[in-house]
Design a protein around this ligand. Structure first.
Ligand code: ZN
Length: 134
């Protein structure tokens, strides 16, 4: 793994949270993107070399809606940048981690992504992401 790519935070209302986090960081978000397959609206903030992703559910079946029901708003996942997501998925499966996506899928912010089940990583939902190069 190369570095932390971003930290994802589950929020109830993206508009309100965009305002809140803009105040916190002193800068507005640089993009908003809907990921229909995940049932989420996302927004991204840049702080130096780091990124924060806010996630709002767009329907009740969304993983973010379920997360907020169970745990409330807060840190949802940590995403790590990888150079070869398929190799990394195989490596982690061999190490005994439960990978939720055998085949990476398209996520927000021009990335191929795969998630590890939090049960196999001390309760932390881990996202692997690899930049899609055109
Ligand atoms: Zn993410």
């Amino acid at each position: 793994m190369n570095k932390i790519e971003h930290i994802g935070i589950a929020v109830k209302n993206l508009k309100d949270s965009n305002e809140l986090f803009s105040k916190l960081f002193g800068e507005p978000h640089y993009k908003i993107e809907e990921v229909k397959t995940e049932g989420v609206n996302t927004s991204f903030f840049k702080i130096g070399n780091n990124k924060i992703e806010l996630l709002e559910a767009t329907n009740e079946a969304s993983p973010i809606a379920k997360f907020i029901d169970k745990k409330g708003e807060g840190i949802h996942h940590i995403a790590f940048d990888v150079s070869d997501i398929e190799a990394e998925i195989k490596r982690l499966q061999n190490e005994g981690f439960k990978v939720l996506n055998d085949v990476p899928k398209k996520g927000a912010d021009n990335k191929l992504v795969a998630f590890l089940h939090p049960k196999s990583s001390n309760g932390v939902l881990i996202e692997l992401c690899q930049e899609i190069k055109e």
